[in-house]
Design a protein around this ligand. Structure first.
Ligand SMILES: NC(=O)c1ccc[n+]([C@@H]2O[C@H](COP(=O)([O-])OP(=O)(O)OC[C@H]3O[C@@H](n4cnc5c(N)ncnc54)[C@H](O)[C@@H]3O)[C@@H](O)[C@H]2O)c1
Length: 307
């Protein structure tokens, strides 16, 4: 297939590009390099790389010419960055997705796969494992824009028939991720034997999905047509304090763990509990993520630190 990945130099996009290239697909990556380039040398040499902004409509039209599929992953993310830049966050989401949809229509691209987020669940269904049927409760610019785009894409499917899948990723982690996210941040602190800084009590929970499982889910969903919203979750609920302890163990670190009050700007992002169900993914593809957290953290140590 001929495939465009927007945001394909980022953490998830670069891993996806590597997999797609290895399977013989013709891949174009469009990325503004806002966060540097995470494509490895070999993959970079095999993709058609375009440096540019998803908000540039002409460029998206050019980049998607002849494509069968667009993975639309370009986004501004990271709690502190989004909190400091809510307008740009929404801008990139809303204008970027509109451009992708219009370019797909113009170029007769049959399918769009969009990176949404588990963040749109917000504080909803606090007591339950989150399935796609749960009423969502987005409260941040980032989550609201993601939900808006999910609805926009679904309605576009109704009107024009293009196949659309919104992927609700649950805390994806793996090697080569930067420290905007909690897992690499704890790793850096543990490796340096500095205090590991937890915001709040550490009792808040998250569901961590290993990068290879995330890519596997994306690849399997490439074969599914129609209009779907699909959780990509590992279905394991971990306290953030336990994450810190596990990373301490994997890195054999002498770091202590300190508990800080979250800065005010983070309040809307602080969710006490988040664990997802991947039953729908399983029903659609016969697959669900299965790398347990300890194994995944061990893999990060091996990839990033054991040379
Ligand atoms: N990593 C996670 O845990 C997670 C969780 C939920 C959702 N997501 C979503 O998955 C997608 C990929 O996330 P990631 O972890 O790889 O993040 P990332 O920041 O590593 O990748 C995003 C990429 O988008 C690029 N980008 C940003 N603004 C752009 C613009 N205006 N034009 C072109 N490119 C631009 C960046 O340079 C970066 O390479 C994002 O849409 C994100 O919102 C990620």
């Amino acid at each position: 297939m001929k495939i465009l990945i927007t945001g394909g130099a980022g953490f998830i996009g670069s891993n996806l590009a590597k997999r797609l290239v290895s399977e013989g697909h013709e891949v174009t990556v469009l990325d503004s390099l806002l966060r540097g380039n995470k494509l490895d040398k070999e993959t970079y040499s095999k993709v058609n790389f375009i440096k540019g902004d998803v908000r540039d409509q002409d460029l998206i039209i050019k980049a998607s010419k002849g494509c069968d599929l667009i993975f639309h992953f370009a986004a501004v993310l990271g709690v502190d960055i989004v909190a400091d830049n809510p307008v740009e966050t929404m801008d990139v989401e809303v204008i970027g997705t509109r451009n992708v949809v219009e370019a797909a229509e113009l170029n007769n691209v049959k399918k769009i796969m969009y990176a949404s987020t588990s963040g749109i669940y917000g504080h909803s269904a606090f007591e339950t494992t989150l399935s796609e049927e749960v009423l969502v409760d987005p409260r941040t610019s980032y989550a609201m824009a993601k939900r808006y785009n999910e609805i926009y894409l679904a309605s576009h499917h109704e009107e024009k028939g293009v196949n659309v899948i919104s992927l609700r990723f649950f805390n994806v982690y793996g090697g080569n991720q930067d420290n905007r996210m909690v897992v690499p941040r704890f790793f850096e602190q543990a490796i340096a034997n500095e205090s590991i800084t937890v915001f709040g009590s550490g009792n808040q929970t998250r569901d961590f999905t290993y990068i290879d499982d995330t890519v596997e889910a994306c690849v399997r969903l490439m074969n599914i047509n129609g209009s779907h919203i699909v959780n990509i979750a590992n279905e394991e609920e971990w306290r953030i304090e336990d994450l810190a302890l596990k990373i301490k163990k994997v890195t054999d670190s002498s770091s202590d763990i300190i508990y800080l009050e979250a800065p005010k700007k983070r309040y809307d992002y602080e969710v006490e509990r988040r664990v997802g169900s991947s039953d729908k993914l399983l029903a659609l593809t016969g697959y669900k993520p299965d790398t347990d957290l300890e194994t995944g953290l061990g893999l990060i140590y091996k990839i990033n630190y054991s040379k």
